[in-house]
Write a protein that binds this ligand. Structure first.
Ligand code: PRT
Ligand code: ZN
Length: 292
Protein backbone atom coordinates (compact mmCIF):
# COMPACT_ATOMS: atom_id res chain seq x y z
CA UNK A 1 0.00 0.00 0.00
CA UNK A 2 1.25 3.50 -0.84
CA UNK A 3 1.90 5.91 1.99
CA UNK A 4 -0.34 8.95 2.26
CA UNK A 5 1.26 12.12 0.95
CA UNK A 6 -1.09 14.91 1.84
CA UNK A 7 1.13 17.64 0.43
CA UNK A 8 0.53 16.64 -3.16
CA UNK A 9 -2.71 14.66 -3.09
CA UNK A 10 -5.97 16.45 -3.45
CA UNK A 11 -7.81 15.90 -0.18
CA UNK A 12 -11.57 15.67 -0.43
CA UNK A 13 -13.93 15.66 2.56
CA UNK A 14 -17.04 13.53 2.31
CA UNK A 15 -19.67 12.46 4.84
CA UNK A 16 -18.52 9.38 6.76
CA UNK A 17 -21.87 7.78 7.27
CA UNK A 18 -25.17 9.27 6.28
CA UNK A 19 -27.49 10.16 3.45
CA UNK A 20 -24.78 11.57 1.21
CA UNK A 21 -22.11 8.91 1.69
CA UNK A 22 -23.14 6.27 -0.86
CA UNK A 23 -24.32 8.82 -3.41
CA UNK A 24 -21.04 10.71 -3.22
CA UNK A 25 -19.03 7.49 -3.51
CA UNK A 26 -21.16 6.41 -6.47
CA UNK A 27 -20.51 9.76 -8.15
CA UNK A 28 -16.75 9.49 -7.58
CA UNK A 29 -16.74 5.92 -8.87
CA UNK A 30 -18.85 6.84 -11.88
CA UNK A 31 -16.17 9.33 -12.92
CA UNK A 32 -13.55 6.61 -12.76
CA UNK A 33 -12.06 6.97 -9.26
CA UNK A 34 -11.43 3.69 -7.46
CA UNK A 35 -11.16 3.32 -3.67
CA UNK A 36 -10.45 0.52 -1.25
CA UNK A 37 -12.99 -0.15 1.48
CA UNK A 38 -14.10 3.32 2.53
CA UNK A 39 -16.43 2.19 5.28
CA UNK A 40 -13.68 1.28 7.74
CA UNK A 41 -11.14 4.07 7.34
CA UNK A 42 -11.06 7.76 8.03
CA UNK A 43 -8.58 8.55 5.31
CA UNK A 44 -8.90 6.59 2.08
CA UNK A 45 -6.44 6.70 -0.76
CA UNK A 46 -7.73 6.66 -4.34
CA UNK A 47 -6.09 3.82 -6.25
CA UNK A 48 -5.91 5.48 -9.64
CA UNK A 49 -6.02 9.27 -9.09
CA UNK A 50 -3.92 11.54 -6.88
CA UNK A 51 -6.77 11.97 -4.43
CA UNK A 52 -7.48 10.99 -0.84
CA UNK A 53 -10.81 11.09 0.94
CA UNK A 54 -11.30 12.26 4.49
CA UNK A 55 -14.49 10.76 5.91
CA UNK A 56 -16.01 12.96 8.59
CA UNK A 57 -19.35 14.20 9.93
CA UNK A 58 -21.08 16.45 7.42
CA UNK A 59 -21.22 19.31 9.93
CA UNK A 60 -17.41 19.48 9.96
CA UNK A 61 -16.94 19.55 6.19
CA UNK A 62 -17.38 23.30 5.44
CA UNK A 63 -14.95 24.25 8.20
CA UNK A 64 -12.32 21.71 7.14
CA UNK A 65 -12.52 23.06 3.61
CA UNK A 66 -12.53 26.68 4.77
CA UNK A 67 -9.40 26.07 6.85
CA UNK A 68 -7.64 24.26 4.00
CA UNK A 69 -7.42 20.94 5.88
CA UNK A 70 -9.27 19.61 2.83
CA UNK A 71 -9.12 21.11 -0.63
CA UNK A 72 -12.61 20.05 -1.67
CA UNK A 73 -15.75 18.82 0.04
CA UNK A 74 -19.05 17.26 -0.92
CA UNK A 75 -21.70 18.57 1.45
CA UNK A 76 -25.29 19.80 1.58
CA UNK A 77 -25.70 23.49 0.74
CA UNK A 78 -27.75 23.73 3.94
CA UNK A 79 -24.68 22.90 6.07
CA UNK A 80 -22.34 25.33 4.28
CA UNK A 81 -24.95 28.10 4.44
CA UNK A 82 -25.67 27.48 8.12
CA UNK A 83 -21.93 27.53 8.92
CA UNK A 84 -21.46 30.68 6.82
CA UNK A 85 -18.25 29.07 5.68
CA UNK A 86 -15.81 31.04 3.57
CA UNK A 87 -15.53 28.57 0.66
CA UNK A 88 -16.29 28.58 -3.05
CA UNK A 89 -19.20 26.55 -4.35
CA UNK A 90 -17.89 24.90 -7.51
CA UNK A 91 -20.94 22.87 -8.48
CA UNK A 92 -24.43 21.97 -7.46
CA UNK A 93 -25.06 18.22 -7.65
CA UNK A 94 -28.57 16.94 -7.97
CA UNK A 95 -28.68 14.62 -4.98
CA UNK A 96 -29.40 15.20 -1.31
CA UNK A 97 -32.06 17.61 -2.50
CA UNK A 98 -34.14 19.02 0.33
CA UNK A 99 -35.41 22.29 1.74
CA UNK A 100 -35.26 23.99 5.11
CA UNK A 101 -38.83 24.92 5.95
CA UNK A 102 -40.83 26.33 8.80
CA UNK A 103 -43.68 24.11 9.93
CA UNK A 104 -46.36 24.26 12.58
CA UNK A 105 -49.03 21.95 14.06
CA UNK A 106 -51.71 21.23 11.48
CA UNK A 107 -54.52 21.86 13.90
CA UNK A 108 -53.01 25.03 15.37
CA UNK A 109 -53.31 28.69 14.48
CA UNK A 110 -49.92 29.33 12.85
CA UNK A 111 -50.54 29.59 9.10
CA UNK A 112 -48.04 32.15 7.82
CA UNK A 113 -44.66 33.56 8.87
CA UNK A 114 -46.23 36.64 10.52
CA UNK A 115 -48.17 34.37 12.89
CA UNK A 116 -44.83 33.17 14.34
CA UNK A 117 -44.26 36.50 16.09
CA UNK A 118 -43.39 35.89 19.76
CA UNK A 119 -43.48 32.09 19.27
CA UNK A 120 -40.87 29.44 20.12
CA UNK A 121 -39.30 27.82 17.06
CA UNK A 122 -37.17 24.67 17.47
CA UNK A 123 -34.43 24.10 14.91
CA UNK A 124 -30.99 22.68 14.18
CA UNK A 125 -30.48 25.59 11.79
CA UNK A 126 -30.52 28.70 14.01
CA UNK A 127 -28.46 30.90 11.66
CA UNK A 128 -30.62 30.40 8.54
CA UNK A 129 -33.82 30.47 10.57
CA UNK A 130 -32.90 33.69 12.39
CA UNK A 131 -31.97 35.32 9.09
CA UNK A 132 -35.36 34.38 7.63
CA UNK A 133 -37.33 35.88 10.50
CA UNK A 134 -35.02 38.92 10.87
CA UNK A 135 -35.45 39.77 7.19
CA UNK A 136 -39.20 39.86 7.74
CA UNK A 137 -38.98 41.81 11.02
CA UNK A 138 -40.58 38.92 12.92
CA UNK A 139 -39.35 38.35 16.45
CA UNK A 140 -39.22 34.66 17.44
CA UNK A 141 -37.54 32.71 20.22
CA UNK A 142 -35.23 30.08 18.73
CA UNK A 143 -34.73 26.78 20.54
CA UNK A 144 -31.64 25.10 19.12
CA UNK A 145 -31.82 21.29 19.11
CA UNK A 146 -29.38 18.88 17.51
CA UNK A 147 -31.99 16.36 16.38
CA UNK A 148 -35.58 15.10 16.63
CA UNK A 149 -36.77 18.64 15.99
CA UNK A 150 -40.10 17.41 14.64
CA UNK A 151 -41.32 16.25 18.03
CA UNK A 152 -40.63 19.56 19.80
CA UNK A 153 -44.20 20.94 19.37
CA UNK A 154 -45.74 17.71 20.74
CA UNK A 155 -43.43 17.88 23.75
CA UNK A 156 -44.45 21.54 24.12
CA UNK A 157 -40.79 22.52 23.90
CA UNK A 158 -41.70 24.80 20.99
CA UNK A 159 -44.73 26.13 19.10
CA UNK A 160 -43.28 25.40 15.68
CA UNK A 161 -40.15 24.14 13.96
CA UNK A 162 -37.71 24.91 11.19
CA UNK A 163 -36.29 21.69 9.72
CA UNK A 164 -35.16 19.91 6.58
CA UNK A 165 -37.91 18.41 4.47
CA UNK A 166 -37.69 16.15 1.45
CA UNK A 167 -40.78 13.97 0.96
CA UNK A 168 -42.75 15.74 3.71
CA UNK A 169 -43.62 12.40 5.37
CA UNK A 170 -41.89 13.23 8.66
CA UNK A 171 -43.87 16.43 9.02
CA UNK A 172 -47.11 14.62 8.21
CA UNK A 173 -46.36 11.81 10.66
CA UNK A 174 -45.87 14.39 13.39
CA UNK A 175 -49.06 16.35 12.65
CA UNK A 176 -47.16 19.31 11.24
CA UNK A 177 -47.75 21.34 8.09
CA UNK A 178 -45.14 23.09 6.01
CA UNK A 179 -45.65 26.84 5.98
CA UNK A 180 -42.78 28.39 4.07
CA UNK A 181 -39.37 27.49 2.62
CA UNK A 182 -36.34 29.16 4.12
CA UNK A 183 -33.63 27.56 1.99
CA UNK A 184 -33.54 25.22 -1.02
CA UNK A 185 -30.64 22.80 -0.77
CA UNK A 186 -28.73 20.23 -2.77
CA UNK A 187 -25.33 18.61 -2.37
CA UNK A 188 -22.54 20.90 -3.48
CA UNK A 189 -18.90 20.49 -4.37
CA UNK A 190 -17.07 23.16 -2.39
CA UNK A 191 -13.46 24.32 -2.70
CA UNK A 192 -11.17 25.97 -0.21
CA UNK A 193 -10.36 29.64 -0.79
CA UNK A 194 -6.78 28.99 0.36
CA UNK A 195 -4.31 29.11 -2.51
CA UNK A 196 -3.64 25.72 -4.11
CA UNK A 197 -0.67 24.45 -6.09
CA UNK A 198 -0.91 24.29 -9.87
CA UNK A 199 -0.97 20.51 -9.60
CA UNK A 200 -3.98 20.48 -7.30
CA UNK A 201 -5.70 23.14 -9.37
CA UNK A 202 -5.43 21.07 -12.51
CA UNK A 203 -6.64 17.96 -10.67
CA UNK A 204 -9.73 19.93 -9.60
CA UNK A 205 -10.35 21.01 -13.20
CA UNK A 206 -10.08 17.39 -14.35
CA UNK A 207 -12.54 16.24 -11.69
CA UNK A 208 -15.04 18.95 -12.57
CA UNK A 209 -14.79 18.11 -16.25
CA UNK A 210 -15.52 14.47 -15.46
CA UNK A 211 -18.44 15.37 -13.19
CA UNK A 212 -19.91 17.58 -15.90
CA UNK A 213 -19.49 14.78 -18.44
CA UNK A 214 -21.24 12.41 -16.08
CA UNK A 215 -24.11 14.87 -15.41
CA UNK A 216 -24.58 15.45 -19.11
CA UNK A 217 -24.56 11.72 -19.79
CA UNK A 218 -27.16 11.13 -17.10
CA UNK A 219 -29.49 13.55 -18.84
CA UNK A 220 -28.86 12.10 -22.29
CA UNK A 221 -29.93 9.01 -24.18
CA UNK A 222 -28.36 7.35 -27.17
CA UNK A 223 -31.12 6.65 -29.66
CA UNK A 224 -31.16 4.46 -32.72
CA UNK A 225 -33.96 4.11 -35.23
CA UNK A 226 -34.54 2.79 -38.71
CA UNK A 227 -36.06 5.09 -41.32
CA UNK A 228 -36.54 5.44 -45.05
CA UNK A 229 -33.69 7.50 -46.52
CA UNK A 230 -36.07 10.23 -47.67
CA UNK A 231 -37.34 10.71 -44.05
CA UNK A 232 -33.91 11.69 -42.69
CA UNK A 233 -34.41 15.40 -43.42
CA UNK A 234 -37.73 15.46 -41.56
CA UNK A 235 -36.20 13.52 -38.64
CA UNK A 236 -33.45 16.13 -38.40
CA UNK A 237 -36.12 18.84 -38.18
CA UNK A 238 -37.99 16.98 -35.44
CA UNK A 239 -34.93 16.66 -33.19
CA UNK A 240 -33.38 20.12 -32.92
CA UNK A 241 -30.17 18.81 -31.33
CA UNK A 242 -29.68 16.40 -34.21
CA UNK A 243 -26.94 18.28 -36.07
CA UNK A 244 -24.81 15.44 -37.32
CA UNK A 245 -26.46 12.09 -36.76
CA UNK A 246 -24.70 8.91 -37.78
CA UNK A 247 -26.52 7.50 -40.79
CA UNK A 248 -25.81 3.86 -41.60
CA UNK A 249 -27.27 2.18 -44.71
CA UNK A 250 -29.27 -0.96 -43.97
CA UNK A 251 -29.36 -4.15 -46.02
CA UNK A 252 -32.88 -3.21 -47.12
CA UNK A 253 -32.69 -0.89 -50.11
CA UNK A 254 -33.61 2.76 -49.32
CA UNK A 255 -33.54 2.24 -45.53
CA UNK A 256 -31.03 3.70 -43.08
CA UNK A 257 -30.29 3.51 -39.37
CA UNK A 258 -30.07 6.89 -37.61
CA UNK A 259 -27.99 7.09 -34.40
CA UNK A 260 -27.67 10.11 -32.17
CA UNK A 261 -27.58 11.41 -28.60
CA UNK A 262 -30.47 13.53 -27.32
CA UNK A 263 -31.49 15.02 -23.97
CA UNK A 264 -33.96 12.64 -22.32
CA UNK A 265 -36.58 15.39 -22.07
CA UNK A 266 -36.48 15.83 -25.86
CA UNK A 267 -36.77 12.12 -26.55
CA UNK A 268 -40.19 11.66 -25.04
CA UNK A 269 -41.49 14.84 -26.67
CA UNK A 270 -40.47 13.78 -30.16
CA UNK A 271 -40.94 10.03 -30.17
CA UNK A 272 -44.45 10.12 -31.61
CA UNK A 273 -43.40 12.57 -34.31
CA UNK A 274 -40.48 10.33 -35.27
CA UNK A 275 -42.84 7.43 -35.75
CA UNK A 276 -45.14 9.57 -37.90
CA UNK A 277 -42.12 10.60 -39.99
CA UNK A 278 -41.51 6.94 -40.76
CA UNK A 279 -38.99 5.96 -38.06
CA UNK A 280 -39.35 2.44 -36.68
CA UNK A 281 -37.51 0.17 -34.27
CA UNK A 282 -36.63 3.12 -32.03
CA UNK A 283 -34.17 2.03 -29.34
CA UNK A 284 -33.07 4.18 -26.41
CA UNK A 285 -29.89 3.41 -24.45
CA UNK A 286 -28.31 5.04 -21.41
CA UNK A 287 -25.07 6.99 -21.93
CA UNK A 288 -22.22 6.38 -19.48
CA UNK A 289 -20.20 9.51 -20.06
CA UNK A 290 -19.99 12.38 -22.51
CA UNK A 291 -16.80 14.33 -23.08
CA UNK A 292 -17.06 17.16 -25.61
O1 PRT B 1 -23.66 12.09 11.13
P1 PRT B 1 -23.70 13.32 10.29
O2 PRT B 1 -23.66 14.60 11.07
O3 PRT B 1 -22.66 13.26 9.19
O4 PRT B 1 -25.09 13.24 9.49
P2 PRT B 1 -26.49 13.97 9.76
O5 PRT B 1 -27.33 13.04 10.55
O6 PRT B 1 -26.30 15.36 10.23
O7 PRT B 1 -27.04 14.14 8.28
P3 PRT B 1 -27.87 13.15 7.34
O8 PRT B 1 -27.03 12.02 6.89
O9 PRT B 1 -29.22 12.85 7.91
O10 PRT B 1 -28.11 14.17 6.12
C1 PRT B 1 -27.04 14.66 5.39
C2 PRT B 1 -27.55 15.69 4.41
O11 PRT B 1 -28.56 15.12 3.57
C3 PRT B 1 -28.26 16.91 4.99
O12 PRT B 1 -27.36 17.88 5.50
C4 PRT B 1 -29.01 17.43 3.78
O13 PRT B 1 -28.15 18.20 2.96
C5 PRT B 1 -29.37 16.15 3.02
N1 PRT B 1 -30.78 15.75 3.16
C6 PRT B 1 -31.62 15.53 2.12
C7 PRT B 1 -31.47 15.52 4.29
C8 PRT B 1 -32.77 15.17 3.91
N2 PRT B 1 -32.82 15.17 2.56
C9 PRT B 1 -33.74 14.85 4.92
N3 PRT B 1 -34.89 14.55 4.58
N4 PRT B 1 -31.12 15.57 5.60
C10 PRT B 1 -32.02 15.26 6.53
N5 PRT B 1 -33.31 14.91 6.25
C11 PRT B 1 -34.18 14.56 7.43
C12 PRT B 1 -34.85 15.78 8.05
O14 PRT B 1 -34.02 16.37 9.02
C13 PRT B 1 -36.12 15.18 8.68
O15 PRT B 1 -35.83 14.57 9.92
O16 PRT B 1 -35.23 13.70 7.04
C14 PRT B 1 -36.45 14.07 7.69
C15 PRT B 1 -37.43 14.61 6.69
O17 PRT B 1 -37.52 13.78 5.58
P4 PRT B 1 -38.90 13.60 4.83
O18 PRT B 1 -38.57 12.82 3.60
O19 PRT B 1 -39.79 12.83 5.74
O20 PRT B 1 -39.46 14.97 4.50
ZN1 ZN C 1 -24.65 16.33 10.59
Amino acid sequence: MRTLDSSTSLRIAIQKSGRLTDKTMNLLESIGLRFDDYKRNLLVRCRNFDVELLLIRDDDIPEYVQDGVCDLGFVGGNVTAEDQADVTILKGLDYGVCRLSIAAPKNGSLRKADDFSGKKVATSYPVLTKKYFDERGIDVELITLSGAVEIAPRLEVADAISDLVSSGNTLKANGLMEIDTIYESETELIRTNKPLSQGKQSLIEKLIQRIEGQQKAERSRYIMMNAPEEAVEEIRNIIPSLKSPTIVPLAEEGMVAVHTVVPISTFWQVMEKLKQAGASGIVMLPVESMIE
